[in-house]
Write a protein that binds this ligand. Sequence first.
Ligand code: HEM
Ligand code: NAG
Ligand code: NAG
Length: 498
Amino acid sequence: MTWTSVLISIFFILVGRLIFKIVIPPLNFPRNIPTIPFYVIFLPSIMNIDQRKLYDMYLREPLEKYGAAKLFFGSRWNIIVTRPELMAHVFKEEDIFAKSGNQKKIPYAVIAAYTGDNVISAHGQVWRTYRSVVTHGLQHFDEAPFYNNAKLFCDGIEKMSNMDGEKPQDIFMGPLIQRLCLDNISQVALGFDFGALTQDDNQLHKHLTNIKKQIFHPFFLTFPFLDLLPIPSRRKAFRDVESFRKQLVSTVQEQLVKNYKFEQTSFASSDLIRAYNNEIIDYKQLTDNIVIILVAGHENPQVLLTTSLYLLGKYNETWQRKLRAEVDAVKGSKELSELPLLNSFIFEAIRLLPPLNTIINRKTTKACRLGPEIVIPEGTYVGYNNFGTSHDPKYWGSDADEFIPERWGDDIQTIFKNWRHAKNAYMMTAFHGGRRACLGEKLALTEMRITIAEVLKNFEWTLAPDWDEKMTPAGPLSPSNLKLHFERRLEPRKSRSL
Ligand code: HEM
Ligand SMILES: *[C@@H]1O[C@H](CO)[C@@H](O)[C@H](O)[C@H]1NC(C)=O
Ligand SMILES: *[C@@H]1O[C@H](CO)[C@@H](O)[C@H](O)[C@H]1NC(C)=O
């Protein structure tokens, strides 16, 4: 045997092992739950299928039958869970199914450098510290910016649609919705005006758009280990992310001091800065948490608002008309949170298309059981699939795939009772639940009600005739590149800015 043939043999053994590791789940994984074929996760990047179709074709049957399955994702085998009883187990056994976000899973990747170690991804004592600092500001907030920005948003729709011009046009909703959501969260939780809506040429916004392109690059998201290599474009991504983080935190600090008596502010960001001043958290922890409030605070509502405008466009003759009549009838002090149709519509939108579909960020700290029968080894990543949970006919009935807001009830008490019950029974996990429940649910729901109501008052809309009705292929679940056709209802709006 020559050296060449030895080397070739070694090469093939290594490649063979690698293929084996990708194609077959680890041998100590539970045998009594099904395996989703490894290639399923790669299909959206080579074929024209969206997340909903992918679920129907490959995930629905095994998940509805077993409630959990083995899934290849993020360069490793994981266990994903959908059945409510099993979800309850994962969420309650916080110390066994311990949070282990990107900062631990892929610490070398650009995305981990972006969001760091924060209140969503941390575990144990560190998490408790973060949570105690940001809770107050995220639960008690000023709604006024939502109203103001909703008007700016309508100005934007009007201007982009060119309603008074020669050529009115259908518009892509993505960029405008993002600007609205960024402004909302920065004004409500961080204490400064991001200015994405009022300034076309906003530095911080440009900076963010630029780094998001680099962070959410599909290729590097699929193969995060490439960020270990000295690839010039990725080194640049690291530098850009770092400079954005610095710029964001110093803007927050400056604006709080400039616009308010700092001691009197009660934003989530000011509580974080006070915790930093009192040496409860360090500067990196301050930055990580301000960044995550910006990220979770604008991206998730952005996805849900897109979904809501899509559903209202699709059901233009039924739900859009009904909701508008309800919103138009609101007089004086009656709150949007008391409207049955608006609220059941939003809950149903979340059920039908949960914004965060698949989340895999928990790792078992020891060998354990999931439910009575599934035995999981230590160090296994465990996640959940919200779409599966909220579409299972066993829990939601044979019409689980249909859009039926009436299922939540007719009067507002029943609707909220059913929402709380669905969450408590782990049938509705779109906002997580239990101790680690989303801190922004109330804020997000308030933002949705105000924005949807304002758009309903100003416009009638339909799906653009040339828009291809498809959801995103992967990542946050929402209509892909949504395009709508707006018509003004009332007299021309007085354009403020944009
Ligand atoms: C439609 C909007 C939203 C949805 C669907 C949503 C969903 C979620 C989900 C699923 C989790 C758990 C994540 C995990 O399992 O790791 C979570 C956690 C969290 N969310 Fe939201 N979220 C939304 C809006 C917001 C907003 C506006 C904020 C405000 C900043 C926010 C702040 C948080 C925080 C701080 C946590 C971590 C809670 C903890 O672990 O203690 N979310 N959210
Ligand atoms: C942001 O707030 C404005 C009102 O301030 C509201 O109209 C708009 O809908 C909000 N944006 C989102 C995405 O909810
Ligand atoms: C609703 O949308 C459909 C399809 O886009 C359109 O043909 C119809 O005229 C719309 N109805 C109303 C009342 O706008």
